[in-house]
Design a protein around this ligand. Structure first.
Ligand SMILES: NC(=O)c1ccc[n+]([C@@H]2O[C@H](COP(=O)([O-])OP(=O)(O)OC[C@H]3O[C@@H](n4cnc5c(N)ncnc54)[C@H](OP(=O)(O)O)[C@@H]3O)[C@@H](O)[C@H]2O)c1
Length: 244
């Protein structure tokens, strides 16, 4: 079975490629840059796309540009039409409830996929552990750690990758159950664990922001609910990250 991974050079994509290989898949990585097992193609222009898809059974569509995702998805769907290949698309929990531009693009991609006639599976996933720690890392030089008054149910990337392999192997299922991590923690608790893991002690300040966006995040629209399918906690993830 040959699987093409768009975004195979990205944070999640690298894990997905490893997991697919571990399960015996032949893997092709779609990237704008040459590299081992890469097929060079550009989802913004469509250049190289037809060649990248030749002989492919499954496509994991994990590429993201943060601002042009719907165009990329449409281009991929056009190239997939009539090939019979199964498209597995990663979306984000709560994209239809949270009024955020990037999320609106995800909903548009989900809708375009569902209407396309291409056999598909869509999974909405909660934030990755690394997504929260990247935010906290960015605040490392501040005298305080700023957090929002919301919770999250983050998940470990290798667990997302394993689920993507299961979905690739199961064949088209439409939209499947949302995926999240093993616990729901306040961002304050995330910050405390991050500070402990990095040997940092500084005040944690909560930033209260108005608006519908924050209201939906406060209501937990971005969390799939417990019990989550993931087993690796944020603390486990930090222990691995700081020893790397
Ligand atoms: N961050 C989270 O917490 C979270 C949670 C749930 C779901 N997700 C979703 O998970 C997916 C993966 O996220 P990530 O953080 O792993 O992504 P990432 O690290 O930002 O990687 C982006 C990837 O997109 C590819 N790409 C961008 N523009 C392209 C283009 N024009 N043509 C071809 N490839 C292009 C890049 O490939 P090259 O540079 O090699 O061309 C790169 O591999 C995204 O759809 C994201 O929305 C993220």
């Amino acid at each position: 079975m040959t699987t093409l991974v768009t975004g195979g050079t990205g944070r999640l994509g690298r894990h997905a490629v490893d997991a697919l290989r571990a399960h015996g898949h032949a893997v092709r990585i779609l990237s704008r840059r040459p590299g081992t097992d890469h097929v060079v193609a550009d989802l913004d222009t469509g250049d190289g796309l037809a060649a990248a898809l030749a002989g492919v059974d499954t496509v994991l569509h994990l590429a993201t540009s943060r601002s042009k995702d719907i165009g990329q998805t449409r281009r991929l769907l056009d190239a997939l039409a009539g090939t019979g290949a199964h498209l597995v698309f990663i979306s984000i929990v709560g994209v239809d409830r949270i009024p955020f531009g990037y999320y609106r693009d995800k909903v548009a991609s989900e809708q375009a996929i569902a209407a396309s006639g291409v056999p598909y599976t869509i999974i909405r996933v909660a934030q990755f552990h690394g997504f929260v720690s990247e935010f906290l890392d960015a605040e490392r030089r501040l005298p305080v750690t700023l957090v929002l008054p919301i919770s999250a149910q983050t998940i470990h990337l290798p667990e997302v990758a394993e689920r993507l392999v299961e979905l690739a192997e199961a064949g088209p299922q439409g939209r499947v159950a949302d995926l999240g991590g093993p616990e729901q923690l306040t961002l304050r608790a995330y910050a405390q664990q991050w500070q402990e893991a990095h040997g940092i002690r500084r005040p944690i300040w909560t930033l209260h922001l108005p608006g519908k966006l924050m209201k939906e995040f406060r209501s937990g629209a971005h969390m799939p609910g417990l019990p989550g399918a993931g087993h690796v906690t944020f603390r486990d993830y930090l222990a691995e990250e700081v020893t790397r």
